[in-house]
Design a protein around this ligand. Structure first.
Ligand SMILES: [Fe+2]
Length: 251
């Protein structure tokens, strides 16, 4: 089974289109979406329509921005720009897309006995997994060997090895245009594919991953896209300009 892993698209149609073009010749059996389809970007309806069209080929959880942009929660913990973007998004969503957004489940969600997906951490959809301590909590929250998560917008992987009653936890930041990692059957993994639509690791390229659980291998990719066009449409839509500017720097 090959799973295309997408996270944090954030209403960036140009980035999503570039990822779709990049995967066109790669085989995958399903899409796992780790949350934050909307918020920040100028194309919430187009992104949600694409996700909806995947039908049963999609396994998805909501993100914190999905929850707030759908009007299911207040934006009181958001910064000013995220708050403005959330109310803009709610105003612009059409009824079918709003229904779909409201129906996205809170994670974690099982993809199989071995693989689960969540937005932030397995124990809290709003928690960021940056540190080894965050990762320990996330591993302890689920029995799955492979946990796919998003929310930080930084491609990264935590590897937990348990041997003779002791644990070793390693963190790996994932950089570069293409990276292939073989999974060790004796380890557990927390894997963040990075963000499709708003990367924050100073690399402005869209990020995604493919998990091949038959081959026990994971592929990470970065794809250049028309960020200037995504920015231009953000500026033209009345969203805060900083949300367009940051796309140029991956920040
Ligand atoms: Fe996000």
């Amino acid at each position: 089974m090959r799973t295309l892993i997408l996270s944090d698209i954030h209403a960036n149609l140009e980035a999503l289109q570039a990822v779709r073009a990049h995967v066109r010749r790669k085989r995958f059996d399903r899409v796992a979406f780790l949350g934050d389809a909307v918020g920040y970007g100028a194309s919430p309806n187009q992104v949600l329509e694409w996700l909806r069209a995947l039908g049963t080929g999609l396994a998805a959880v909501r993100g914190n921005h999905d929850r707030v942009c759908a009007g299911l929660d207040s934006a009181e913990y958001f910064n000013r720009y995220a708050r403005e973007a959330a109310s803009w998004t709610l105003e612009h969503l059409n009824p079918r897309n709003l229904d779909f957004l409201r129906g996205l489940p809170e994670g974690p969600l099982d993809l199989s006995a071995e693989v689960a997906i969540c937005h932030g951490s397995s124990v809290d959809e709003d928690a960021y997994v940056f540190s080894a301590y965050d990762a320990q909590l996330a591993f302890a929250g689920l029995p799955h060997r492979i946990i796919l998560f998003g929310h930080t917008h930084v491609p990264s992987m935590f590897v937990l090895r348990e041997q003779n009653g002791s644990q070793t936890l390693k963190v790996r930041l994932l950089t570069g245009r293409r990276l292939v990692l073989d999974l060790d059957p004796g380890c557990r993994y927390l894997v963040n594919p990075g963000s499709v639509g708003q990367p924050r690791d100073r690399d402005p390229r869209a990020a995604y991953a493919i998990l091949d659980d038959t081959q026990q291998r994971i592929y990470f990719y970065r794809v250049s896209y028309r960020a200037a066009e995504a920015r231009r449409r953000i500026l033209g839509s009345g969203l805060p300009p900083v949300l367009g500017d940051r796309l140029l720097y991956g920040a």
